[in-house]
Structures are given as structure tokens and as C-alpha cells.
Write a protein that binds this ligand. Sequence first.
Ligand code: BGC
Length: 763
Amino acid sequence: MEKKKIKEMVARMTLEEKAGLCSGLDFWHTKGVERLRIPSEMVSDGPHGLRKQDDAADHLGINDSIKAVCFPAGCATASSFNRELVTKLGETLGEECQAENISTILGPAMNIKRSPLCGRNFEYYSEDPFVSAEMGGALVHGVQSKNVGTSPKHFMANNQEYHRMTSSSEMDERTMREIYLASFEGMVKKEKPWTIMNSYNKLNGTYLCENKEMLTDILRKEWGFDGYVMTDWGAMNERVEALKAGCNLEMPSCGGATDAEIAAAVQDGTLDEAVLDSACEEFLNVIFRYEENRDKTSVFEYERDHKIARQVEEECIVLLKNDDAVLPLSSDKKIAFIGKYVKEPRYQGGGSSHINSFKVESAWDASEFTQNVKRENLVFAKGFDDAEDKVDETLMAEAVQTAEKADVAVIFAGLPDNFESEGYDRKHMSMPDCQNKLIEAVAEVQPNTVVVLHNGAPVEMPWIGKVKAVLEAYLGGQAVGGAVLNVLYGNTNPSGHLAETFPIRLHDTPCYLNYGGEHDKSVYSEGVFVGYRYYASKDMKVLFPFGYGLSYTTFAFRNLTVEKERIKESEELTVNVDVTNTGVCTGKEVIQLYVAPKEGTIIRPVRELKGFEKVELVPGETKTVQFVLDSRSYAYWNTEIHDWHVESGEYEIQIGRNAQDIVLSKTVYVESETMIPKVFNLNSTMGEIMSDPKGKAVLEQAFASMMGEEAQAMGEQAQGDGEAISNEMMAAMMEGMPLRQLISFVPGVTKEALNQLIMALNN
Ligand code: BGC
């Protein structure tokens, strides 16, 4: 509907109707106004399938949600590094929404994985904001192409479940911009989500629902968001303040209570009615966008979507280890499938994203129809029961015996439901003891032991040196079994790469000392050094780095070229690199481009991911992959100008197999085009002044006239005192010396002269 018409409609509404429109009708519906033909619409979780519940259904339960398809969770889809694939997943979700008359799916979940402990990491994409924004953007693109809205969440800095409804995430401006806002920024700018969901927590002391800087200044004014902001369920604090800050819709229903607060505030003059009007207009824009583009022919195609779930998962699985090419398995070998998850896979996480799957395909089920799998060559042993974390000696002994008699043992392990979920964080990164012990015991008798992991976040692997292969399947959705078998037996060549670091142990993580916080404050003191930005900068050993993933084939990277070796910041730079499949089977590879500043005055991560592409290659084939970099590829957030800034200097353009294995690099010189105006005073150091081109010129000239012969003599003497004060020492002392100290150290320099100098510098 045209904006003009919407304006007119709002003008015809009563104050009460307008106030009412800004809160939910019930748990899942927005309100309508019958006399104006404003429809009530349904929204639903999300994000990796539909959780369409009845109005009266319980908040987190699955009792009354419809049968649906559970797709791989965000932790998995991010590791596909395949935008087209995630867009296809989005299109499928969009069609399902149309079929079920759902106007908006509540997702994608796009918070940064600050610590592996966050209970909801399984829904989130990455520790890297670029990956998060790209993958989230791909999903938004797909869903919205079917004329269904998305609600990227939880905006923002909701990086822990502990006290998520009251805790304040405390961070500096640069960290906020470079990491936590950046995780949403690219997606909002490119894909224009119809809605955004604000998070429960506070940011530097202000609840997100009331955070004008986030909801209006940044989201709308800077990034151009033109949809409506809804609260997370129950995330409203002060309704009138929230409306003023840019939060349009309180969800779920408030029972009328806070609607009355809005009406009263307009009447007593504390709320400008125009604010309410534009909140309604923004909201109605989206309501009619859906209404006018209904696809009533859409049907929920369960079996088709189940297959899509399997296809997606196949690209998400990450091969972490494969010694002696123990994988792929050969169909003629006798294989022992061990572990509870062989028959009952853990394929999704707990909480609001929980899907009532219409069917679940375990590896055991899939062995009946998967190509190259001979069921008669498979044996099963349960090995553990994770209902409680206790070793079951009988199950374990049986598993060990079964493994011993087979050619290969494949253990299906990971994290049980109660280890990770929305609502609480993990306390440690261990797998259940009963599973760790089982893996050790099996590996003891079976040299060819393979571990398949079903988990939503990194785990410690004390047994890593004792097993031959590890496949990270993540929480792979309801078709995980078939996907895993296709990878295990080589029908699909694994191509997932980790979108997060697997540290060796929890103690190594960047926010280990602060995570969770105290007194409801969580201080992000690690700053921008999140995930690989920390590990790579410290050159730390990790279990598996960000970006890591193996294949059944091999790839070589050659011929990295940059279009120019010297550019101005505003110029785009085209980078090309050749990738060749040097192995024996077709496969897909993720080409990762990192940018590493070689010099500069800002403390920065040693490298940051600025581009990735996924390509498929047959054996012997070479493809040239192109990246186009722009000024953001070199920029950091400058807190003086409150904007992105590029420092002049050399930057390495690096191609990496992962964040800690760089295989090719080229250096470019980037010239800054933004002068940061400097104001000098008596406490400005000589180094600061000399690093500024104008400062340098003024200072050199002033020195020549101000100091005269005496000072020059002093300088010469200092140089002559080779032993006591070396040139380096002199230079270092001068670099850090504030102007005012010249009075004490340089004969003839007066305060008046310095004041004049400062005037000249600041002029
Ligand atoms: C979750 C959201 C979810 C909402 C509705 C909240 O508890 O944080 O992600 O969309 O519930 O179920």
C-alpha cells in the first residue's frame, strides 16, 4: 500500500486504536482494526523451521506447535559458507510461511558468539561479524523473496543467556561498531529486513527496547532500516520511553495495560502524538506488504523440504580430522555404529526454536536407502545413555566388543539436550563423561575409530589424538542421519568450514575471566579481540581454527593478484586468486580472504576476514575467484570522529586455508583520504605532532627559529654522548616528550613561544 494511504489510515484512527496497534493481540498475533480493514497477522518462530503454535500454547513448549520440518541450526548453516544454499533455505521457509499464513518468521538469530559457553550459540552463526551478516543476510533474502517478513534478532549484544533479561552488556564504542553492530549492519543495509527484534538485555545500562541510539540513530538513520522493531517476548521495560526510542511493537500482548500508558502520555503531553503516528505507519507498511502479497497457492511440501534439509546439512558438515584417509568408508567393510545418537540423533536445540519435526531421519534409518551403504555390513551398539551422565558399564563393554570385531568404529557422540539450551549458559566445554570414556575405550581396541559430533557449540576433545577421524555435524536438522551417511560414505565430499574457533580448553577463550559478568553487568573487556581475532593475534594454539575444514580431495591456491599496488581509500580493489582441485574427486572449497594491517597506530587484530567464496571443482579443474575490496576492508572505527577510518599504510591481502594458515599474500599501500582534525596543546607529545604532516612542518620550522644556536649545540652534545644517551634513546625520549617539557630541557624555549607554536599548529 502506498505510504500516503497508510498515513491517511493512521489519521483516521483513534488515539486508543493507535496505542493498541503497538502491542500484540495475543502470544503470536498482531492486532487488527476491523473498521479500517487492518488485518491481524501471525508471526512465528523461527529461525530454522516453523514453530507455529496455538495462541494459548505455552511459551517454550512444543506441545501445540504444528508438525513442521526442522532444518539445520545456524551453527551448522554458517559452516556451509554458502550464501546461495542459505538463500534457498530461506526461500523454502518463506514458502512454508505462506502456506501456513505466517507473516513474519522470527529470525535469523544473529548474535556474535562471544564465548563458546552461550547456551544459544547453536542458533547463532559465528564469532565473526562479516560471516554472521552475510549468512543472516542470505537467509533474510530468501525468506523475503517469498513476500514474508523476517525478524533478525536479538538486536543487540545479547551474547549470554545468563540473566539475559536484566544484564547489561558493557562495551566501548569501537567494540560495539566493529563486532556487535557489524554482525547486523551488512544484513540490514543490503537486505532491508521487514522487522527487527530487540533483545532483552541492556547495553551500557539502557534496555535495548529504550535505546534510541540503537533503534533510531543507527538502525534507521544510519543504516536505512524502514520496517518495524518488535520486542523480544516480554522484553518491554517502559513502554512510552520505548516508543520514543523507536520500538514499534510490544510482544506478546500486554493485556491493554501499557496501551493505556501510551494514550495517557499523549493526553498529558509527555508523548508527542506524531511519534505514535509514525510508529503506526512503519508498522502498517509491513502489515500490508504481507497482506497484499499473499500466496494462497503455496502448500507445505513436507517431503520436498525434508530433502532440502538433508541437502543443506550435507554442505554444513565439517571434516575436522581424517588420518590415513580412513574416510570415506568403503561399503564392503564391516562398520560398527556406536552411540545413542545413531538411532536418536541430537539434531536441534532447546527453547523457542524447537521444532515439532514431522519425522526424524537417523543414520540407522538412512542406512536402509543411502547409496553405497550395505546394511548387512553394519552393526550397532548403544554405548551410552545420556539421560544422566553416568557410564553404563554394560553398554560400554558391549560397544567395545562390537568395535573390536569391526573394521571401523563410528561413534555418534556430542552434547545432550540439557547441556546447551536457550535460557542458560554452559558452565564448561566438556562432553558428558560417559561419552568421553566410551570414545577412549573404543579407540583403545579399534585403531580405525571415527567420531561424528552432534553439538551446537565447541567441545573439548581430550581423545583427539586417539581417533582417526572427526566429523562435526553440528545440530543438523531432522535429516541429519542421511546427510551424515552421505558424507561418511563419500557420496558427498565434505565442504563445511568452521565459522567459529574450537579452543583447546575453555580457559583459553578471550572472555574467560569475564563471561557472564557480576552484579548484572557483563564487561566486554576483551574488546574487539573476539574469537580468531584473539587467538590469531596471540598466535595461540587452538584445537581447530576459525575457517578450518578438510575435504576428501585437495586444493591448491596460486596466482594471487591485486589490480593495483597503491590505492586511495575510496578506490575499489579487485583481487584474484586461482584455486585448483589437485585431488581425485570433485569437491567444494571455501576461499577465505583476510586483510592484515602491517603498520599503523591502532591496536588491531592481526587479520580480519573480509571476503569468502565457495566454489565447486572437478579434479584438475582451476577457477579464478574474484573479490572486490572497498574502504571498509581496511577500516577500524575511530572514536574521535565517530566514524570508520582508514589509516594510510601497508596492508597485506591474505588468502588463508583458515584464520591461522595463510598460504598467499600481497601487499598494497592504501592512502587515507580522511584527515582527522587534530587539536594540540601543551601536553601534546613531539611524536604526536611529528606524525601529523602539518604538525611536522610547523614544528620543524619553529624549531629552526626558536631554539637558535644554544639548542642546536645541545642537540649535538646529546649526539656526542654516544655511550650515555644513544640516538635511539634520544629519539624515544623526544617521541614521548610533551611540548611543555621543552621549557625545562631546551634552553631559550619560553612558555610564550610554545603558546605561539600551539596557535600555529591549531590554525
Ligand atoms: C526468544 C526469541 C523468540 C521469542 C518467541 C524469546 O524467548 O528469545 O528468540 O523469538 O521468545 O518465542
